[in-house]
Design a protein around this ligand. Sequence first.
Ligand SMILES: [Zn+2]
Length: 382
Amino acid sequence: MSFRFERHQGTATGPRRGTLHTPHGAMETPAFMPVATRGMMRGILPTQLEELGSRMVLANAFHLYARPGVELVQKLGGVHGMLAWDGPILTDSGGFQVFSLGALGKVHADGVRVEHPVYGGSIDWTPQLAFETQAGLGPDVAMLLDVCPAEPLDQKKCAAAVERTLAWARIQRDLHDARGGAASGQAQFGIVQGGVFADLRERCAQALVDMEFDGYAVGGVSVGEGHEAMMRGVEHSTHVLPVDQVRYLMGVGTPQDLIEGVARGIDIFDCVFPTRAGRFATALTDAGRMHLLNAKFKDDDRPLDPGCPCAGCVSGVPRGALRAGFKAKELLPPILVSLHNLHYVHDLMRRMREAIEAGTFEELRRRVLAAYLPEKLAGDPS
Ligand SMILES: [Zn+2]
């Protein structure tokens, strides 16, 4: 099956229901993708992912290039073999990670000079290398290498990042064409940069649309600009993007950001947040975030989230035992809460899909925002 997005309902700038078809199967949207940065989920078995509601998984091309390397990944069956995952996979080019490694001062016209994260020394991570790496790894969707501005509130820096992002986009788009485009079995998404500035976002989005990518991402968000500014960056982008193509908001995954992204026309998301929060003893519930290290949970004999069917909650390990286990640095509590959080986020996406179909999205949005904005702790008197 080839790559295709089917829009069932919704507009360019409001909540949308769709199906993303890939060579490794379809995914109903809006949807969330869990993150296996180095080709493995932390503490979650590949066989558990589908049970939790995962359909498409994200891995990071830059990290897989660094270790174990493209040749070894190919010997292990490509990125699908390495993850032991037959469903769709998207790889990020590593643009965001490269810049978060502190390489920003080393961006040059042809690429980014960055320290090798495993062996030291330097790598010139270029648009060509990002493209070839992803062509070799074999995900269903490859992301462009873009330039992520470190300061999304600095107009001059954002403008420079947009221009370089577009120059690199052209190079990678031509390489994609030469390889046969999406018919090669791999789709390619452009990434809209431009920080919080409407004119920059619009210019970047329009120039990418003119290059005709297989899908589009909104990048350079969730880098410290705050929720409101992030959502303005989304709004400045989505109205320019083609209504019938898939839109992906990168690196976003708190319940409030997910529902506000969907409200503005985003179809897919990825984020380490649900599993990272789980490792740090924070559970996501309909009543808000639950911080399990809080002393009030020490003799709480209830399951993590009563009524939740996930393996973490069904295990029956009570809140007080999770708290004690976290304090003792046991392995199991981070796994159980990660399982729960991933299930929670996937289930929230399922509820969004159903609410869009039923015409009750705004009602769900109000409920989620009441629990998550401003941050509210589960069990606190309201
Ligand atoms: Zn649960």
